[in-house]
Design a protein around this ligand. Structure first.
Ligand code: FES
Ligand code: FES
Length: 162
C-alpha cells in the first residue's frame, strides 16, 4: 500500500491505497467525491477533470501517489453551502448542460482557464474544452456561460487555490 497525503478542496487528507490506484479512484472510492466522473478511463473524454496545482488534469491518467503533497480541487470544492460557484450558476442559468455527465469536467477545465486567463477569447475557451467530450449539447451554451462569467469578472478561485 502507498500512503498519499494531499490538500483536497482546502483540507489535508490522507489515504492508503494500492500503488496502481488512479487519482480518480482515490477521489471517488476513498474520499467519496463522486462529482468527478469515470467515463472512458483512458484520457479521452475529460469527464474526470480536476485541478492539480492550478492545472486541469485528467484524474484517470494520474496515479494517486503522483498527487502526494499537491493541491487538488474537484467540482465539490467550488460551491459553498449557500452559493454556487459563478460557473455553476451561469451553466444553470443558461441551460448549458443536458444529461450533465460531462459537466463537472467541463466546469473544472473552464475554471482552470479563467484562473489563468480571466479574459479568454472564444477560441481560447474552445481550446480549453478540447479535451472534454459532450455528446449532448454542441458546446455553444457552455461557451456563452464561460464568456458571461469572464465578462462579469466572477471567475473566483476555489477556497484552496491561491
Ligand atoms: S475518464 Fe478520464 S478522460 Fe475519460
Ligand atoms: S450534457 Fe450530456 S454529455 Fe454533456
Amino acid at each position: 500500500m502507498a500512503t498519499v497525503t494531499l490538500t483536497l478542496n482546502g483540507d489535508v487528507r490522507t489515504a492508503s491505497v494500492p500503488p496502481e490506484t488512479t487519482l480518480l479512484r482515490l477521489l471517488r472510492e476513498e474520499f467519496g467525491l463522486t462529482g468527478s466522473k469515470l467515463g472512458c478511463d483512458v484520457g479521452d473524454c475529460g469527464a474526470c477533470t480536476v485541478i492539480v496545482d492550478g492545472k486541469s488534469v485528467n484524474s484517470c491518467l494520474m496515479l494517486a501517489v503522483q498527487a502526494d503533497g499537491r493541491d487538488v480541487v474537484t467540482i465539490e470544492g467550488l460551491a459553498t453551502m449557500s452559493r454556487l460557484h459563478p460557473l455553476q450558476q451561469l451553466f444553470e442559468d443558461k441551460g448549458s448542460l443536458q444529461c450533465g455527465f460531462c459537466g463537472p469536467g467541463v466546469i473544472m477545465s473552464a475554471k482552470a482557464l479563467l484562473d489563468e486567463n480571466p479574459d479568454p477569447s472564444e477560441q481560447e475557451i474552445r481550446d480549453a474544452l478540447a479535451g472534454n467530450l459532450c455528446r449532448c449539447t454542441g458546446y455553444s451554451k457552455m461557451i456563452e456561460a464561460i464568456q458571461a462569467v469572464a465578462r462579469d469578472g466572477r471567475g473566483e478561485p476555489a477556497k484552496s487555490a491561491v
